[in-house]
Design a protein. Sequence first.
Lengths: 71, 71, 71, 71, 71, 71
Amino acid sequence: MEPNNTLITDTPEEGRALAVKLSRLIIKATQPDEAARNRMRDIYANDPAMLISIGQVVATEFSTIAAANNY
Amino acid sequence: MEPNNTLITDTPEEGRALAVKLSRLIIKATQPDEAARNRMRDIYANDPAMLISIGQVVATEFSTIAAANNY
Amino acid sequence: MEPNNTLITDTPEEGRALAVKLSRLIIKATQPDEAARNRMRDIYANDPAMLISIGQVVATEFSTIAAANNY
Amino acid sequence: MEPNNTLITDTPEEGRALAVKLSRLIIKATQPDEAARNRMRDIYANDPAMLISIGQVVATEFSTIAAANNY
Amino acid sequence: MEPNNTLITDTPEEGRALAVKLSRLIIKATQPDEAARNRMRDIYANDPAMLISIGQVVATEFSTIAAANNY
Amino acid sequence: MEPNNTLITDTPEEGRALAVKLSRLIIKATQPDEAARNRMRDIYANDPAMLISIGQVVATEFSTIAAANNY
């Protein structure tokens, strides 16, 4: 997670970045092979339905971070 | 995010606009190539299932914004 | 959004109607062409999976409205 | 919605029933033709993925009802 | 629902079990035929996408139960 | 669940680990056959849409854990 292991960020902008990071870490934990992840990146980056789903995951992570920070 | 890096908006209407903006920024971060995004726009704007999914993402972002603003 | 730009409604029933309206406005913003939206309406109104997804979006919008109104 | 237009129920059990009812009313509003809804019922009642999605909608509606009732 | 019609459980573990139970009861209400449900069980228990979706429903039900219990 | 049957963790990092664990336990409860689960693991670990959905489930479980811990 964060270097300092916390959900607290200085700004909402950094909170968004943390939400993206948390989303990616779950994928990394489920598929640890970097080459496999890179192959899939080309797929989801050009698939509108998957891009929308990624937006959904980040929105969910961000709602948790926003609540923790009382933005 | 916002010019002033905040989730606080003057009205619910502006909160909706911010929710749409946040949703788009995630897609932009995942697919930085503007031409690729434009190609996909034609697809999802004419696909009812994807349009519904976009509504889901915006609804989730908006719930976070609404909580931050005590609408 | 609402004529008076607010999430506050007199009754839960009106809150449901607002949730439906918010869901539709996002689709309208993403696909501004009315003819295109009408063509898609015939599709999703007869597709059970899409109807269920619409229910999901409205449920999410309504949870935000319900929280704002302390129903 | 309810005869008395409220999210408040006497028991969690009745709250579950209300969540199911709210989910159905959205589908009814989107597809007002009863014959069309009945045809789709045979489809989603025998499709495990759709049944799971229905469970998701009801779970979301119920979370709103549970919050309103302080169960 | 529960024998005693409540969301309150003694432990988070029992709360998880209740979340699973609530998820199943919705499917049972939508498809009351036990033979049909058993046929579908073989399908979703061997379909990774459906198993993930089941996890999503249970997670949503559990969030409601956790809030009710102040875990 | 946890050895000590609680949602409380020392750090957000451990909360993330618990969210992953809860997600897996639901799949295990629905498909108890370990060989079947291992076969499916190869599928979802190489399917970008499923990996994104797993991220969604973990994000939802984590939001519950974060609320319980007041991160």
